[in-house]
Design a protein around this ligand. Structure first.
Ligand SMILES: Nc1ncnc2c1ncn2[C@@H]1O[C@H](COP(=O)(O)OP(=O)(O)OP(=O)(O)O)[C@@H](O)[C@H]1O
Ligand SMILES: [Mg+2]
Length: 356
């Protein structure tokens, strides 16, 4: 009998409440997702949709002053992390899960040399002498294409450019040979060219090490050719998920459609102002009876304001939560929307949008 398939990360019906001075915030609402070894899941959504809270909950790090309550399951190789006291997790997991942050200046310690930060997650580091540490750090920096790695290993973070700092952050994250890498907007602070090289570098290590990766971004265009699957988040819920090709080529949730419309394209000339999504996300402190996107949705009807949206399965591993999924019209009031693929990050392909 073949053993059951166990993903590296398996999040099931995760609800997260953050206690604030103004009362509890229900930030994550029944989030479920899986990531296999060597796979990249892209998590995309507007600011405030809960992407970072999701990553921090998986990692078990919310900051000392933040009180958080979780229900559901967060399984790493089948073991429920929510059963482990967050203070014990690091010791129990070793380098099992690591995170690359948006701005490495906030995660790197400004008064500690790169060599010590890069080797920090190595379990045998206390037994390593100074020269051994420098040798290992130099190797780790060379693996993420840092030029002159030995000199950079002796430097302090502020002596490096933003791109190099992010490479140091990646080297530190990869040092403990993790099974799961959480990358929270890892390249937002970098210019476009450096962004591409850093993402390529992460892809290379993912493939070589069979690393499961959760790549968080607010830019869905960045996920082409990188993420096998995408989870679209809105107001703490995954509103659509599926293979990247399906979610971007045949989106069914009106929010995904709106997100794709607002991706900039290279068209040779400025032909139009990029559409933004009117309105703003809901206040998480207030209860939502129906679909959280309803007040901003051009397809919404009365039911959307009162009943939670049902799950609709539209293809292999492709599903959404919506009363009126695009392309599945049940009434004549809904017009089909054609959303082409944005310009490929790799080729700079020119794609024009069909008028909605
Ligand atoms: N420590 C905290 N205390 C109180 N509220 C918080 C805390 N952390 C997150 N939140 C709230 O949780 C919600 C989700 O925040 P989160 O940082 O996960 O959003 P995000 O999707 O990562 O946004 P961005 O794209 O801006 O990084 C927001 O409403 C935020 O204000
Ligand atoms: Mg965030």
């Amino acid at each position: 009998m073949t053993p059951p398939h166990i993903p590296v990360l398996d999040v099931r019906s995760l609800h997260t409440h953050i206690h604030t001075a103004g009362g509890p915030l229900h930030v994550l609402h029944g989030v479920s997702l899986t990531i296999d070894a060597g796979e990249c899941l892209g998590v995309v959504g507007e600011s405030g949709s809960g992407k970072s809270v999701l990553a921090r909950t998986v990692l078990g790090v919310h900051g000392r002053t933040v009180r958080v309550e979780n229900t559901g399951r967060v399984l790493l190789h089948g073991d429920d992390l929510l059963d482990i006291d967050p203070r014990q997790r690091r010791r129990r997991l070793g380098g099992g899960i690591t995170m690359v942050h948006q701005d490495p200046m906030t995660s790197l310690n400004p008064v500690v040399r790169v060599v010590d930060q890069v080797t920090e997650s190595l379990t045998n580091r206390t037994r390593m002498g100074r020269r051994e540490r420098l040798r290992v750090a130099t190797e780790l920096l060379a693996a993420v294409d840092v030029p002159d790695p030995e000199r950079r290993a002796r430097a302090y973070p502020h002596e490096l450019s933003g791109g190099l700092r992010q490479r140091v952050g990646i080297a530190a994250a990869l040092a403990g040979d993790p099974a799961l890498l959480l990358a929270d907007e890892p390249t937002t602070a970098l210019d476009v060219t450096v962004q591409r090289t850093v993402l390529d570098l992460m892809d290379r290590h993912r493939a070589a090490r069979g690393l499961a990766t959760l790549l968080i971004t607010h830019d869905i265009g960045l996920l082409y050719g990188r993420a096998e699957r995408i989870a679209v988040m809105y107001a703490g819920r995954i509103v659509e998920t599926g293979p990247t090709e399906a979610v971007t080529g045949r989106p069914v949730h009106p929010y995904t459609v709106a997100l794709l419309r607002s991706v900039p394209r290279v068209t040779g000339e400025l032909r139009r102002v990029l559409p933004t999504i009117p309105g703003s996300p809901p206040d998480l402190a207030l209860p939502i009876a129906g679909c959280p996107f309803a007040p901003r949705c051009e397809r919404a009807s009365a039911v959307c304001g009162t009943a939670p949206p049902p799950r609709v399965d539209v293809g292999e591993g492709h599903s959404a939560h919506c009363h009126h999924p695009v392309g599945r019209e049940t009434t004549s009031t809904t017009a089909s929307v054609v959303v082409p693929k944005p310009a490929s990050a790799a080729t700079g392909t020119v794609v024009e949008e069909a008028a909605p």
